[in-house]
Design a protein around this ligand. Structure first.
Ligand SMILES: Cc1cc2nc3c(=O)[nH]c(=O)nc-3n(C[C@H](O)[C@H](O)[C@H](O)COP(=O)(O)OP(=O)(O)OC[C@H]3O[C@@H](n4cnc5c(N)ncnc54)[C@H](O)[C@@H]3O)c2cc1C
Length: 458
C-alpha cells in the first residue's frame, strides 16, 4: 500500500458494481483514480438478473464489453402470478442477463484496473475530514495510508455512507425486509424465474444448475409483530410455482431493503445504492449502479476540469439520482397497485400510495413567478459532457433550468406578472427555445413548476 501515490484525482470508496464502473470510466477519461474496497461482498442475493430493457442503456455507457463478459445470457423462462392467480409468461425472444455477484464484482474491479485505476484492499472507517484538502486515511490489517484526493466518491452500498459523511434521507418507501433462501428443486424448476404475490408479501424464485434461490419480501412492522418464521411460511405456502416444490430450505441472508434516496452536505459524490436504493421488486439496482457510475463519471470529470463549479457538479449528480429514484418509486407504486386480489391487505394497501405525495388538485387559473427565485448556474448533460447553463432555484432547493426538454426560462418570463395560464402558455410558446415542444409539454412544465413552488397562485 505504501508504494501507491498519496495524491490522486479521485478516491472512490466501495468496490461493488457502482464503484468499480466509476473507477474504470474515470481512468478511461485519463484521471488518476484510486478504488478502495474492503474485500467484503454485501449483496443480498448471490444471483441477480439484468432486465432486457436495461441492455441498451448499459451498452451506451461504454460498459458493453465488460458487462457481456461478466454475465450470462438469461435463458430462463420468466413468469408471474401477480395481477391474478393465473400464470403469465414472458416471451423469451428478448433475454436479459444474469450474474453471480461475487464473480461479476471481481470482474468489474479487474476491468477497472485494466483501464488504469489503482486498487487498494482497505477500508475508510472514520468520518471524512470537512477540509477537502486534508488527507483521508485508508486502513488495512498491516498499515494506514493517508491519501489526498481532489474529488471523493462514495459507492459504499445501501448502509456504508453514514459512517463516513453526514446523511439526510430525502424520501423513502415503506419499510421493507427481504430474506434470501436457498433450496433444492426439481430440474424442471432450474430453468425458471418467477415472481408471485401473496397476502403479506411476495416471493421471487430464480432457478440455477444446483437448485435455486428465492427472495421473500415482507413488511418490517409486520415482521416485528408476527415474527419471521410465521411470515416467511405464509408467503412460501401461498406460492404455487417452484417454491411450492422446493426442499431443504436454508436461510442465507436478510437485508433491510427499504427504497430510499439520500444526500449529504459533505463535498463528496454519492452513487449507486449509497445515493439511492430501489425497491427490490424492480430487480434493477445493479443496472442502476452501473448507469449511476456513468452519470457520476461525467460529473466528476467536469468538476476536475472546472474546479470552480465543483458544487454544481455534485448538485447535478445528486439531482440525477433523486429524479431517477422518483421515477422508479412511481413505477413501483404502479406495480404494487396491480395486485388487486390482495388490495385490502396492509402490505399492498401501504405500497399503493406514492412515496412522495405530490400537491394534488387542479392547476389554478392564474399564476405568478415566485418572488424569491434566485438566478444561478446548473449543468446540462450533452452526450458525455456537462455544459453550464443559466438556471433558477428557490432558497435551499436544487437549481432548475429544464424539465425534460422544456427550457423553463421562457415560462417563468411569461409569468413575471400575475397571468392567466392559457395566455402565458401561448406567450411562452412564441420563444424560440420552446418552438419544438408543443403546448401540451409546456402546460405539463407549468404544472410541474407550480407543484415545485416556482409558480404560485397570486
Ligand atoms: C433482495 C435483493 C435482490 C436484488 N436483486 C437484484 C437483481 O436481480 N438485479 C439487479 O440489478 N439488482 C438487484 N438488487 C440490487 C443490487 O444488489 C444493488 O442495487 C447493487 O448491489 C448496488 O451496487 P453498489 O455498487 O451501489 O453497492 P454494493 O453492491 O453494496 O457495493 C458496495 C461495496 O462497498 C464496500 N464498502 C462499503 N463501505 C466501505 C468502506 N468504508 N471502505 C471500503 N469498502 C466499503 C462493500 O463491502 C461493498 O462490497 C437486489 C437487491 C436486493 C436487496
Amino acid at each position: 500500500m505504501n508504494s501507491l501515490p498519496k495524491q490522486v484525482d479521485c478516491l472512490i470508496v466501495g468496490g461493488g458494481p457502482a464503484g468499480s464502473a466509476l473507477a474504470g470510466l474515470l481512468a478511461l477519461r485519463g484521471h488518476l483514480v484510486m478504488l478502495v474496497h474492503d474485500g467484503r461482498n454485501r449483496h443480498a442475493v448471490p444471483l441477480e438478473t439484468i432486465l432486457p430493457a436495461a441492455l441498451p442503456a448499459l451498452f451506451r455507457c461504454g460498459l458493453q464489453s465488460i458487462v457481456r463478459a461478466a454475465t450470462e445470457v438469461d435463458q430462463r423462462r420468466h413468469g408471474a402470478r401477480w395481477s391474478s392467480a393465473e400464470w403469465v409468461w414472458q416471451a423469451i425472444e428478448r433475454p436479459g442477463l444474469c450474474l453471480w455477484r461475487n464473480t461479476f464484482d471481481a470482474a468489474m474491479r479487474d476491468w477497472a484496473l485494466r483501464q488504469g485505476a489503482l486498487f487498494v484492499m482497505a477500508t475508510v472507517q472514520d468520518l471524512l475530514p470537512t477540509d477537502p484538502s486534508a488527507p483521508i486515511f485508508l486502513q488495512n490489517s498491516t498499515s494506514v495510508m493517508p491519501v489526498c484526493a481532489r474529488m471523493v466518491a462514495l459507492a459504499t452500498g445501501r448502509r456504508g455512507a453514514g459512517r463516513l459523511v453526514p446523511i439526510q434521507t430525502l424520501a423513502q418507501g415503506v419499510d421493507t425486509a427481504t430474506f434470501a433462501l436457498r433450496f433444492e428443486a426439481p430440474e424442471s424448476a432450474q430453468k425458471l424465474a418467477v415472481v408471485e404475490a401473496a397476502a403479506s408479501g411476495w416471493s421471487w424464485w430464480i432457478g440455477h444448475d444446483n437448485g435455486g434461490s428465492a427472495v421473500v419480501t415482507v413488511d418490517v412492522n409486520d415482521l416485528h409483530r408476527r415474527g419471521r418464521a410465521v411470515l416467511l411460511r405464509e408467503v412460501l405456502d401461498a406460492a404455487s410455482g417452484p417454491i411450492a416444490e422446493a426442499r431443504n430450505v436454508r436461510l442465507i441472508g436478510a437485508v433491510r431493503a427499504t427504497a430510499r434516496v439520500q444526500t449529504t452536505t459533505a463535498k463528496v459524490l454519492l452513487l449507486g445504492d449509497a445515493a439511492a436504493t430501489l425497491d427490490p421488486l424492480a430487480s434493477q439496482g445493479t443496472e442502476k449502479a452501473l448507469v449511476s457510475a456513468e452519470a457520476a463519471a461525467c460529473a466528476i470529470d467536469f468538476a476536475l476540469r472546472t474546479p470552480a463549479l465543483k458544487s454544481q457538479a455534485l448538485a447535478h449528480h445528486a439531482q440525477w439520482e433523486h429524479d431517477l429514484w422518483q421515477a422508479h418509486a412511481r413505477s413501483t407504486v404502479e406495480f404494487h397497485a396491480r395486485v388487486l386480489r390482495f388490495a385490502d391487505e396492509p402490505f399492498w394497501a401501504m405500497r399503493r400510495t406514492a412515496a412522495e405525495p405530490e400537491r394534488a388538485g387542479p392547476l389554478p387559473a392564474r399564476l405568478v413567478r415566485a418572488p424569491e427565485l434566485i438566478h444561478t448556474t446548473a449543468l446540462r448533460r450533452v452526450v458525455d459532457q456537462l455544459i453550464p447553463e443559466p438556471a433558477v432555484c428557490l432558497p435551499a432547493s436544487a437549481p432548475l433550468h429544464r424539465l425534460g426538454r422544456v427550457a423553463i426560462a421562457p415560462i417563468l418570463a411569461a409569468f413575471a406578472a400575475p397571468s392567466d395560464v392559457t395566455t402565458a402558455i401561448a406567450l411562452a410558446g412564441k420563444d424560440p427555445a420552446l418552438f419544438i415542444c408543443g403546448s401540451a409539454a409546456v402546460r405539463m412544465a407549468v404544472h410541474e413548476l407550480w407543484q415545485r413552488g416556482f409558480l404560485r397562485a397570486p
